[in-house]
Design a protein around this ligand. Structure first.
Ligand code: ATP
Length: 211
């Protein structure tokens, strides 16, 4: 059984930057599947995010039709802030010694030292970091040290080890962010071609980004 990719986010909304990155990582690293894990309450984010039900509906709509993508709602079912360390402990409990790969954009990787118990994360999963426009890999500090200890360029290492390896890899750079989509939609622009049509339909129906 191949590794399970874990792609967490606010997904407010999910967009082609998320989806294309997940698919490229899945194919290149021969992951068995990618779980999209929408967060309920992100400790480091503005609390005024779109209601869970709408964000979840958009994630479900986006992954439909790609059998290797699935939605995992454990953070939505848990009270309190959505800490990745809790999610990985819970997934580790479900999957025993199977390889887990936490998929992060470079911006998210660089914020890792602010995450709760971040130093425990490599013990629970491998970490895969996708380049993101405008963000450079760390040159020094705790993340550079982590890369010094754990970096690998071999996808097979992610199959052979259930956790503990860090792989940084380029992906097709799609310079879109959820905040830009919220802003352009709020100012009356059409988010078409930045998100799947099924996600656009939900944005238009719920008017979730209307000012
Ligand atoms: P926001 O603009 O609201 O901050 P976002 O577009 O960055 O949102 P998140 O839900 O915060 O989306 O991101 C979840 C994950 O997706 C993070 O690991 C982030 O690095 C990654 N990600 C977001 N946008 C892209 C993109 N365009 N290309 C690659 N990875 C991305």
């Amino acid at each position: 059984m191949g590794p399970i990719g874990i792609f967490g986010g606010t997904f407010d909304p999910i967009h082609y930057g998320h989806l294309r990155t997940a698919l490229e990582l899945l194919q290149r690293l021969s992951l068995a599947q990618v779980l999209f894990v929408p967060s309920a309450r992100q400790p480091l984010r503005d609390p005024s995010i779109t209601p869970v039900s709408t964000r979840l509906a958009m994630v479900r709509a986006a992954v439909q039709g790609e059998p290797r993508f699935a939605v995992d709602t454990r953070e939505l079912e848990r009270p309190g802030p959505s800490y990745t360390v809790d999610t990985l402990e819970s997934l580790r409990g479900d999957h025993g010694q199977r390889s887990l790969c936490l998929l992060l954009g470079m911006d998210a990787f660089l914020s890792l030292p602010r995450w709760r118990r971040w130093e425990d994360l490599p013990g629970l999963a491998n970490i895969v970091v996708a380049h993101r426009p405008g963000w450079q890999p760390p040159g020094q500090g705790p993340l550079a040290d982590l890369l010094g200890r754990c970096a690998t360029e071999r996808p097979t290492d992610l199959h052979d080890h259930p956790a503990g390896r860090v792989l940084v890899t380029p992906v097709t750079q799609i310079d879109v962010s959820a905040s830009e989509i919220r802003e352009c939609t709020a100012s009356g622009e059409d988010p078409r071609f930045l998100v799947p049509d099924s996600v656009r339909d939900i944005i238009l129906e719920t008017e979730c980004y209307a000012r």
